[in-house]
Design a protein. Structure first.
Length: 258
C-alpha cells in the first residue's frame, strides 16, 4: 500500500492540521525519512506530540514507524517498474472512496441556493473540468460562469457576495495569487469549493467546501523540471458531483413541482 492510500483510508480521522503536515511530507518524502520528529515539527509549525497523534491516526505506532514506511516505499519505487494502467485503476478506486467519504449534500445545497456560480480552473486540464461541470449543470438549468484567467478572477471577486459560490479547480493548490484571493473570499464570507488532489491541499484549508481526488504522476522523462499531469480522476470527481446533485436536489425539486 502506498502512503497516499494510507491517507485516503484514514481521511475521516484527520484534521486540517494533519492534512497540512501530510502535504509537506508527501512533497518532501526523501527529505522526511532523514528528519527527526523535532526537525519535521519545526518545518511544519507543529509539535512532536502532534506528529505522534497524526502517525497513530494513520495506523502507525508512532512517527518512527511512519518514517520507516516512507523509506520502504521509496526504496521499492526506485527499483520497481511502474504499471501505469494499474495505477489508473487504483486512482479511480481511491477517488471513489474519497467521494463516498465526503458529505456532498452541503455542496449540492450551496449550488442549488447560490444566486451566481463561478468556476475557475488554473490550467488546461482544470479548465476542461470546469467546462464539463458547467456544461452538465446547464441540463439542470443551473448556469455556471467560467472565469478564463486569474486576471478576470480578480475582477470578479470584487462583485461577489455571500449569496454566490466560487468553485476553484487546481492541481497544485499552491498558486500564491489564488491563495490570496481565497483569503479575501473567506473574509467576505463568500462560499467557496476547492477541487484538488488529496496530496495538494493548501488551497483546501482556505475554502468552505473541499472535494479531493487521487492522481498518480507518470514519469515520461528524467528531466526533473518536467511534470506530466493527467486528469481522469478529476473528470470522475466533477461528474460524481453533478450526478449527486441530480439524485438529491434536482430530481426531488422536480418531483415536488406541481
Amino acid at each position: 500500500m502506498r502512503f497516499e492510500e494510507v491517507i485516503n483510508t484514514n481521511i475521516e480521522r484527520l484534521t486540517q492540521t494533519d492534512i497540512s503536515i501530510l502535504h509537506f511530507i508527501i512533497e518532501n518524502k526523501q527529505k522526511c525519512i532523514a528528519l527527526k520528529a523535532s526537525e519535521l515539527a519545526e518545518l511544519t509549525y507543529s509539535s512532536t506530540a502532534g506528529l505522534t497523534r497524526l502517525s497513530k491516526r494513520l495506523g502507525f505506532s508512532g512517527f518512527s514507524e511512519l518514517r520507516f514506511f516512507l523509506a520502504q516505499e521509496l526504496s521499492e519505487t526506485k527499483h520497481a517498474k511502474q504499471n501505469y494502467s494499474k495505477l489508473l485503476t487504483n486512482d479511480i478506486q481511491q477517488t471513489l472512496k474519497l467521494i463516498a467519504q465526503t458529505d456532498l449534500y452541503p455542496i449540492a445545497q450551496s449550488i442549488s441556493s447560490a444566486h451566481r456560480i463561478y468556476v475557475f480552473g488554473t490550467d488546461w486540464g482544470e479548465q476542461r473540468a470546469a467546462e464539463t461541470l458547467a456544461r452538465n449543470f446547464l441540463g439542470c438549468n443551473q448556469p455556471f460562469s467560467i472565469i478564463p484567467s486569474i486576471t478576470e478572477l480578480n475582477w470578479t471577486v470584487q462583485f461577489m457576495t455571500e449569496n454566490d459560490l466560487l468553485i476553484l479547480i487546481s492541481f497544485s493548490g499552491e498558486d500564491v495569487e489564488l491563495n490570496h484571493i481565497s483569503n479575501q473570499l473567506k473574509l467576505k464570507s463568500i462560499p467557496t469549493l476547492s477541487i484538488t488532489p488529496l496530496t495538494k491541499n493548501s488551497l483546501s484549508t482556505k475554502t468552505t467546501y473541499n472535494l479531493y481526488y487521487q492522481t498518480t504522476k507518470i514519469e515520461l522523462s528524467d528531466n526533473p523540471n518536467l511534470e506530466y499531469n493527467y486528469f481522469a480522476a478529476l473528470e470522475l470527481t466533477v461528474d460524481a458531483l453533478f450526478r449527486y446533485y441530480v439524485d438529491n436536489i434536482y430530481s426531488k425539486n422536480n418531483l415536488e413541482t406541481p
